[in-house]
Design a protein around this ligand. Structure first.
Ligand code: AMP
Ligand code: ZN
Length: 130
């Protein structure tokens, strides 16, 4: 199957991995809305919220929480948006279930309704802080 996130999990495509266990994989978004913007995904290929099994969904949620704790300590994040898009009509672009964890900072000016991203964030530099 030609899925970009399956290729990231199996290492065919490189990523800035921040967490992995038996069911979950998490990596920095390559086009981040904020410093530490992360995608948390199940290792099994599920398309969306209708498709994902409960165990994987639970583990994605727990991994998201643990990363939020880590980013609050290491990056000084003061809040978080957790966002998941299911279906083309909801602007899902990659059809392998993923949870967005978007750390928030004072005066970050993020508009979650816009697809505009902050081009000044150097993902590699953020990765080195984690
Ligand atoms: P969505 O619009 O919710 O489907 O989000 C897809 C996300 O995947 C976007 O935020 C992209 O920046 C991100 N993305 C796409 N390809 C890669 C990649 N190779 N590495 C990291 N993030 C990616
Ligand atoms: Zn996949």
């Amino acid at each position: 199957m030609d899925c970009i996130f399956c290729k990231i999990i199996n290492g065919e495509i490189s990523s800035y991995k921040v967490f992995e266990d038996d069911l979950v994989f998490a990596f920095l978004d390559i086009n981040p809305l904020s410093k530490g913007h992360t995608l948390i995904i199940p290792k099994k290929h599920f398309v969306d919220i209708l498709d994902i099994d409960n165990k994987s969904l639970e583990r994605v949620a727990v991994a998201s929480k643990n990363l939020a704790i880590r980013y609050s300590k290491k990056l000084g994040a003061e809040g978080f948006n957790l966002r998941q898009s299911s279906g083309a009509i909801a602007h899902q672009d990659v059809f392998h279930f993923h949870m967005h964890l978007v750390p928030r900072y004072k005066n970050d000016g993020i508009d979650l309704n816009s697809h505009h991203t902050n081009q000044f964030i150097e993902v590699e530099e953020v990765f080195e802080q984690l």
